[in-house]
Design a protein around this ligand. Structure first.
Ligand SMILES: [Ca+2]
Ligand SMILES: [Ca+2]
Length: 147
């Protein structure tokens, strides 16, 4: 389910359709709302079918986002030295981005949206976005952020 949500979010990038109005809801609830949303976003000209070009563009955007997210996930797992699934204050201080920022480094709390004292993967992506704004991987992965 999480992967599907992510997929749908990734495809929001396609054709700049973020924020565009959702297609008319079908009479019966869709069994695959994420897939339907992904399809709608890939369907750039809204004609209800995917051309080869629309599919190609969607595929490229999706694989790019997935690859970016995978790279960030690997980074996150490396930083999470004690493997508890979160970046705590000590691990945070060891982040290259934080060390490079030195005294200007923002506090962990600034990114700790759920206030549990650690950074989840989603919260970590915000760190990379803020401190390495030119990092395409972060931008892509953040667009598909679902946690
Ligand atoms: Ca940890
Ligand atoms: Ca947190």
């Amino acid at each position: 389910m999480k992967a599907l949500t992510f997929l749908a979010a990734s495809l929001a990038l396609v054709a700049g359709s973020v924020g565009a109005q959702a297609p008319a809801a079908p009479a019966a609830p869709s069994p695959t709302p994420q897939a339907d949303a992904a399809f709608a976003r890939m369907d750039a000209n809204r004609d209800g079918t995917l051309s080869r070009d629309e599919f190609r563009a969607g595929w490229v955007a999706m694989t790019r986002t997935l690859a970016a997210r995978q790279r960030l996930r690997q980074q996150f797992d490396t930083v999470d030295a004690n493997r508890d699934g979160g970046i705590d204050a000590t691990e945070y201080r060891n982040l290259l981005l934080i060390r490079e920022a030195g005294a200007a480094a923002p506090a962990l709390a600034e990114f700790d949206a759920d206030r549990d004292g650690k950074l989840s993967f989603g919260e970590y992506i915000e760190v990379v976005r803020k401190l390495a704004p030119r990092n395409d991987a972060a931008a892509d992965a953040a667009a598909g952020n679902d946690d």
